[in-house]
Design a protein around this ligand. Structure first.
Ligand SMILES: NC(=O)c1ccc[n+]([C@@H]2O[C@H](COP(=O)([O-])OP(=O)(O)OC[C@H]3O[C@@H](n4cnc5c(N)ncnc54)[C@H](O)[C@@H]3O)[C@@H](O)[C@H]2O)c1
Length: 313
C-alpha cells in the first residue's frame, strides 16, 4: 500500500514519466515534491497539480548535493527519474556522466542519510547493448554501446551498491521505449510523439535507417503502475526488472500506424542515415515483473490513439 508512505520526492518530476508518477502519487493521497532543473522538463507538465496543497515543485539540479538536501526532509519514498537524454549524451558526454552517475549517487546517499524507506531508480534497456541472445532477460550481459547506456549503468550499479553496503531498499527498473501524453515531441523527444507531431503538421516522417529496427513500446500508465507495484511489493529490494510490454513494433510499422491513425497515408516517409550506436532489435523478457503479479494493460493501438489525441490538444 502506498498509504504506508507519507511524502514522496520525484526527481525529473517535470519531465514526461516523472509528471505521470507525480499525478498518480497525488491521486493516492501522498505529499509530493518534484525536483527538476527544467532542462527538458516543463512547468506546464505540472500545471494540472498546482492546486493540490500536498504538491510542491522545486528547481534544483540532481548534481547539486547541498541544494538537494533540504528537500529530503520528511521524505520516505523516492522515484529517481531525472536523467540526461540519450540524444544529448552525444553532444556533452561529460555532463551526461555528471547527471546520470553523480546525480544518482547524490539521490542514493541522501536517501540513505535522510531515512528514506524506498527508492525506485529509473534505468534503461540501453544498459544491455547489442543483444547476445533474445529475448533479453535481466541476466543478459551488460555491454552498453552509447555514453547514455554507460552512464545509466553506473547509476544503477551505485543503486545496487547502496543496497549491498547499507541495506538501502532500492529497486531498479529498466525502461524501454515508453510513450504517451506529455512526451516531448521536439526532434530530441520520443519517436511516437515526433512522428505524430510531424504528421499532424503535414511534414514527412523521417526514419533513421531502413525502418526494420524493432522496438518494445510501453504505455506510460503501465510504467507508472510498475513503479507503484515495486514501491510496495515485499522482496523487490536490490532487484532489477525489465519494464517492457512485450509488444514488438518496427519503426516502419510505427510510421505507417501513425499515418493511418491520422488518415494521412499520403504523407511521405523519408529514410536517413542510421543513428550511431542504434540498437536494431529489442526483444525483452518481462517475465520477472509479471511474476510479481503485474500485467500490461494497454495495447498499442489504444496507447497510440491516446498519445495522438493529447498531441492534438
Ligand atoms: N522515455 C523512455 O522511453 C525511457 C526509456 C528508458 C529509460 N528512461 C528513463 O526514464 C527516466 C525519465 O525519462 P523521461 O522519458 O521522462 O525523460 P524527460 O527528459 O522527459 O524527463 C527527465 C527529466 O529530468 C530532468 N533533468 C535532467 N537533468 C536534470 C538534472 N541534472 N537535475 C534535475 N533534473 C534534471 C529534465 O528536465 C526532465 O524533466 C530517465 O531516467 C530515463 O533515462 C526513459
Amino acid at each position: 500500500m502506498l498509504r504506508n508512505f507519507k511524502r514522496a520526492l520525484v526527481t525529473g518530476g517535470a519531465g514526461f514519466i516523472g509528471s505521470h508518477i507525480v499525478e498518480e502519487l497525488l491521486a493516492e493521497g501522498l505529499e509530493v515534491v518534484s525536483v527538476d532543473n527544467y532542462f527538458a522538463g516543463k512547468h506546464e507538465n505540472l500545471a494540472p497539480f498546482k492546486d493540490y496543497d500536498s504538491f510542491s515543485e522545486v528547481e534544483c539540479d540532481v548534481t547539486d548535493y547541498e541544494g538537494l538536501k533540504p528537500h529530503f526532509e520528511g521524505v520516505d519514498l523516492v522515484f529517481h527519474e531525472a536523467a540526461s537524454k540519450k540524444t544529448i549524451c552525444l553532444n556533452d558526454p561529460r555532463r551526461d556522466l555528471d547527471i546520470n552517475a553523480k546525480g544518482a549517487f547524490n539521490i542514493l546517499e541522501l536517501s540513505r542519510d535522510c531515512g528514506v524507506k524506498k527508492v525506485v531508480h529509473a534505468s534503461t534497456g540501453s544498459v544491455y547493448g547489442e543483444a547476445q541472445y533474445l529475448p533479453q532477460d535481466e541476466k543478459h550481459p551488460l555491454n552498453p554501446t552509447s555514453y547514455y547506456g554507460v552512464s545509466k549503468l553506473a547509476g544503477e550499479r551505485y543503486a545496487r551498491t547502496f543496497f549491498e553496503l547499507y541495506g538501502l531498499d532500492v529497486t531498479i527498473l529498466r525502461y524501454f521505449h515508453v510513450y504517451g501524453p506529455r512526451q516531448d515531441s521536439s526532434e530530441v523527444g520520443g519517436v511516437v510523439s515526433i512522428f505524430g507531431r510531424r504528421a499532424m503538421r503535414n511534414q514527412p516522417i523521417h526514419i533513421f535507417g531502413d525502418g526494420t529496427q524493432q522496438r518494445s513500446f510501453t504505455y506510460v500508465k503501465d510504467l507508472v503502475a510498475i513503479n507503484k507495484l515495486v514501491a510496495t511489493h515485499p522482496g523487490t529490494a536490490g532487484e532489477v526488472y525489465n519494464c517492457a510490454s512485450g509488444i514488438k513494433v518496427t519503426i516502419q510499422e510505427l510510421a505507417e500506424g501513425v499515418l493511418a491513425a491520422l488518415g494521412k497515408q499520403d504523407l511521405e516517409i523519408e529514410y536517413q542515415d542510421w543513428t550511431p550506436g542504434d540498437i536494431k532489435v529489442f526483444d525483452v523478457d518481462n517475465s520477472k515483473i509479471q511474476a510479481l503479479g503485474f500485467s500490461f494493460e494497454t495495447d498499442f493501438q489504444a496507447g497510440l490513439a491516446r498519445t495522438l489525441d493529447s498531441l492534438k490538444e
